[in-house]
Design a protein. Sequence first.
Length: 472
Amino acid sequence: MLNDVVPMTDKFLLAVNRDTQLSVTQQIFRGMRDAILKGTLKQGSRLSSWQDLAAQLGVSRGTVKRAYDLLRDENLVETKGRAGTWVSTALPVSPALQHPGPTEPAGLFYDFDVGPQYFQLGVPAYDEFPTKPWHTAWRRAIAAEATRPQIYPDPRGISSLRLEVAGYLATARGIRCHPDQVFITSGFAGALGIVLNAMEFRGQAAYVEEPGFPRTRQALEQSGITTIPVPVDRDGIGLPRSTGAARLAVVTPGQQAPLGMTLSSDRRSGLLRWAADADGWIIEDDYAGELQLSGHAAPSLASEDSDGRVFYIGSFSKTLSPGLRLGFLVVPPSLTARFGRFVGHLAPAGPVVAQRAVQNFMSGGHFLRHLRRMKTLYAERKSILVEALRQELHPAVRCEFEGALSVRLFLPSIANDVAIATSAQREGLGVLPISAWYQGRNPPQGLLLGVANVRARTVSAKCEMLARILAS
């Protein structure tokens, strides 16, 4: 019979089975020894006290203490008196847990434990972040949470943050929505998952941009949706004349990812007309739409949706921090009850403290002020990056920089941009291969360079390093 389970770490659960001849002491000892040797219990991590573990497992304290003594006898743990018991730091690493190398498509992911890398896309300028008001927002959020009644929070997200988001969208993105239409999500990916599942799109087809964000395409396919690539040109995506193949389109109209153009007025009207006529739906990924660096930011597609056909998705990842894992979804008024039921059952909003911190930051006026400063900063950094690239790169490399928070380098067709990006990332240059953003055969070869964390004092050296990698 399984007596109880205690979480020793996020990845290790210790179980006690009383229907075996092996003593409980030996079960605890062997389970923890295996976890230590395999690296599941990391070197230098603190273990639960034997008193606490005994209470969790429902066994005597002496039983656990004897197991800990056995671990200490094999030099697997160290006892530090009142400081507790710790996994020894002088252990060999199990070959099974040594880094196996990349298992995802090369060039699409970075090391999640370090960074950001130079030229990395999708992250804000960490050196210019308004740390003081941000810390104040968090302190206030923690204090409020400490005194909040211990009840379940609204699965749609706390009402004060949804109200702030609705006000921000009305001001910055032209969207007039009620806070009940706003759902706080686990970033863009969380919002996308909510829409796909709540609307039961599995088994259907979706139009996607060609090129387009690879992880969006992969998410659709993992959700049982067939993706139909539609080429983009200087006016953005234009649906094919025969549009009966799909009733869903996923688009980035504000700044097309990765090419940066804004969807033209005629294309916007045509897309909305298609959705209304075909009983179709549009998922608008407002990819850094509020951070358009030249001229006035184009309004969101959702702001022009009079038929209730657009699901609008935004995120705080590129404006505040990817580590927040906070985004927001705006649904048509007719679907608020349906989505409310869905998130209540399967996808409630994340930690209240993080939500409240963001709400404090927004209500204090810091968010819009921060966005205004970042637009100026990113425009300056893009300018110095383009100038440095022009001085360092071979004429055969074509540089495009209009729109978006990136610079695109297009290489000769014989190049292998995935291999080049992989080599560059090993040198700390977080470039991405353009070919991975295409679904069709024989995609263009090129690199994507983010501008957010470019520095005037280092940009020349980094571009020289990139030029050397391209020439090798």
